[in-house]
Design a protein around this ligand. Structure first.
Ligand SMILES: NC(=O)c1ccc[n+]([C@@H]2O[C@H](COP(=O)([O-])OP(=O)(O)OC[C@H]3O[C@@H](n4cnc5c(N)ncnc54)[C@H](O)[C@@H]3O)[C@@H](O)[C@H]2O)c1
Ligand SMILES: O=C(O)[C@H](O)[C@H](O)COP(=O)(O)O
Length: 380
């Protein structure tokens, strides 16, 4: 079956290259997608900003929904199932991008990188694609870990939540769920925020509502030594007034937005559509342009060298500045549009993983931890 009508979020990299072999591709703005725009559509491809449920799909002919994301709470999967609509997601496509974001955040905040390399402890909540990838990388860097994911039977470096809250750097990577007995919604409420060591770093790159944002604002006011990196916000694209000013680094939900991750998400959906409709696999290989090799400064070693490597491809402070500049002085009603615009027009970011890097002073384990490689001879 081909000649499909495919409606896709315009912010899905490579979507025309992959999907035009299966039919016509119409690009739409995902945040405000309405049922009327799905007239005649067979396939709907979304990102996290589109709620996919009966109010969007009822009465349409959509037979396949794909989301180029890991988080799935914007999709009513039960409704899709009852309607016989096939569903695909892109879990794992952006895991490494988030890992690189988290490490860049740690490296950019005070001396947390030094603390972790000197025996400090990294806590990870959630051991799915992102949490496991972060744990694997941290182990290879020699960092001590405490991991918590009560939904899984086997977790390496497992610890109870109370112990995980007591670490130097706490990273949140659960999916957003209200399901009992272990909901992640408001997992960090006022009481649990109060359990964090007063000089610890909290990083949330999962979903905003995993942390009670009002309680976080109070915590940051009451514990001036508490550091915080926030990529996701409760009720985004709206921000709780005053919260951005209190966090050390704030970004507009772009932790997973490397070009490499976006292309991989599109590729995964193309492969899933081909399987669902028994079509030939996508022809497009969807690789980003080659990246120039990196050469580490010879005078750097230890944490300074690692910090250089972590920031060579991704400057997290630039994303923080862009968000602050965009919302500074903007009336509340314009903050959401500014937040969405930053995501829509996000600059091309490449991953360190797969990059050619010349860093002879780096321990061999770092290359496998971070996934970079030695440049081939003559590679520029
Ligand atoms: N900021 C970004 O750009 C970005 C990028 C990718 C993913 N995400 C978010 O991060 C989440 C994790 O991504 P992933 O790819 O690892 O998803 P995943 O589905 O592979 O893993 C989610 C994990 O969370 C665990 N979990 C659920 N409730 C929990 C709880 N109460 N406590 C601890 N663990 C719990 C699950 O058991 C699962 O192992 C996604 O669901 C998505 O919402 C954000
Ligand atoms: O869940 C995910 O995979 C990420 O949060 C994803 O990057 C969300 O970004 P969006 O789809 O809205 O661009």
């Amino acid at each position: 079956m081909s000649g499909l009508k495919i409606v896709a979020d315009a912010n899905m990299r490579g979507v025309e290259a992959v999907f035009s072999q299966y039919g016509s591709v119409e690009l739409v703005e995902g945040r405000n997608l309405r049922r009327g725009q799905l007239e005649g559509a067979d396939v709907l491809l979304v990102r996290s900003v589109t709620s996919v449920d009966s109010s969007l799909l009822q009465g349409t002919g959509v037979q396949f929904v794909g989301t180029a994301t890991s988080g799935l709470e914007h999709v009513d999967q039960h409704y899709l199932q009852t309607q016989g609509v096939r569903f695909a997601h892109a879990r794992g496509s952006n895991a490494n991008a988030v890992v690189e974001y988290v490490l860049a955040g740690i490296a950019a905040c005070d001396d947390y990188l030094e603390r972790l390399l000197a025996g400090g402890v990294l806590g990870i909540v959630g051991q799915g694609h992102v949490g496991r990838a972060l744990a694997r990388c941290a182990r290879q860097l020699g960092i001590q870990l405490r991991c918590y994911d009560p939904w899984l039977d086997a977790v390496e470096d497992a610890a109870e939540l109370d112990e995980v809250l007591g670490v130097d750097v706490l990273c949140l990577h659960p999916e957003l769920t209200r399901q009992k007995p272990w909901p992640s919604y408001h997992l960090l409420d006022a009481a649990r925020l109060g359990q964090l060591p007063a000089d610890s770093l909290l990083i949330n790159a999962s979903r905003g509502a995993v942390v009670d944002n009002a309680a976080l604002l109070e915590r940051l006011a009451a514990a001036p030594g508490q550091r915080c990196v926030m990529d996701v916000w409760e009720h985004e694209p709206h921000l709780l007034p005053g919260l951005l000013e209190q966090v050390d680094i704030g970004t507009p939900h772009i932790a997973g937005h490397s070009l490499d991750a976006k292309l991989e998400g599109t590729r995964m959906l193309g492969a899933a559509l081909a399987t669902a409709f028994d079509l030939v696999p996508p022809e497009s290989q969807l690789a980003g342009p080659p990246v120039a090799s990196l050469q580490a400064p010879e005078n750097l070693q230890g944490a300074d060298l690692l910090r250089w490597l972590l920031q060579a491809r991704y400057e997290i402070r630039a994303d923080d500045r862009a968000l602050r500049d965009a919302v500074a002085g903007a009336p509340g009603s314009e903050v959401a549009a500014a937040f969405d615009a930053l995501r829509r027009d996000y600059p091309q970011r490449r991953e360190l993983r797969g990059s050619p890097v010349y860093a002879p002073a780096a321990p061999a384990a770092w290359a496998s931890a971070l996934g970079y490689r030695e440049p081939a001879s003559g590679e520029g």
